[in-house]
Design a protein around this ligand. Structure first.
Ligand SMILES: [Zn+2]
Length: 258
């Protein structure tokens, strides 16, 4: 279930520092057959099921990023893990959603409103994977999945000129808001690449938060680090990632978000 974006506990610039270490946010892409997967973006439904089961046995619960940040603003995020799925593959509805529902977990889906019903043409090696249509995205939203923007067409924002940056960041937000009938709180940087200009554009477009991968000194509410979770991540590796994350992540100073 999504909450109003005003409840995120961020100031007008989205710069309110969150207390304690950064939240744990997992990054998935496609859920399905992973026999041909050169970019290692796919986990099988069975592996996803095992990974979510592992979280649950440790007393953790998967939620959308908007819910995670809202809980954090209330000081009530203990045991919550953000679950994100990038690109908006059609298999999210057929293969990921049933597993999420079985565990009672929420999630955030970052979609590309400029490629509705298209495929992952930006990955030169393939394999081609179909992306959700507008109806598929609305279906996911109706099931309580938070819908965020991954830009319009999957462009590296650090190489985009001003017009393209505006289209990918600001226009994708308004197109998605119209498509889902709800405000769009979250953005996700394609390829995880970002610079200060991209962060500023995302904040200026009205997003309350944005997900990156390993944003380094840009870390903040508009550049949240995430952990890639893949097919090879069994219980032991998940435990290591979880522990390393708790050790490595430190509170974000307010200045870091600028
Ligand atoms: Zn992507």
């Amino acid at each position: 279930m999504s909450v109003p974006v005003d409840d995120l506990g961020l100031d007008g610039l989205g710069r309110r520092p969150a207390p304690g270490p950064l939240p744990w946010v997992a990054m998935y892409h496609s859920v399905g057959d992973c026999s041909d997967d050169p970019y290692q973006i796919t986990v099988t439904p069975a592996r996803l099921d095992a990974q979510l089961g592992w979280l649950r046995r440790r007393g953790l619960r998967g939620v959308s990023v908007v819910d995670l940040l809202a809980a954090r603003a209330r000081g009530a995020d203990t045991g919550l893990v953000g679950l994100t799925f990038d690109d908006g593959y059609a298999d999210f509805v057929t293969d990921a959603l049933p597993v999420l529902r079985r565990h009672g977990f929420g999630a955030t889906l970052f979609v590309l409103p400029g490629r509705l019903g298209g495929d992952n043409a930006w990955d030169p090696l393939g394999p081609r994977k179909p992306l959700l249509t507008a109806d598929g995205i609305r279906h996911a939203a109706a099931q309580g999945v938070e819908i965020g923007s991954h830009g319009l067409t999957h462009v590296d924002l650090t190489t985009a000129d001003d017009a393209l940056l505006h289209a990918e960041v600001a226009e994708s937000r308004s197109v998605l808001a119209e498509l889902t009938g709800a405000p769009v709180a979250g953005f996700c940087y394609p390829y995880g690449t970002l610079d200060q200009r991209a962060v500023d554009a995302v904040r200026a477009a009205g997003y309350r938060y944005a997900c990156a991968i390993d944003p380094g000194p840009l870390t903040g509410p508009h550049a949240l680090p995430r952990l890639h979770i893949g097919q090879r991540d069994t219980a032991v590796r998940l435990l290591l990632k979880y522990r390393l994350h708790r050790l490595r992540r430190r509170p974000v100073p307010a200045e870091a978000a600028r």
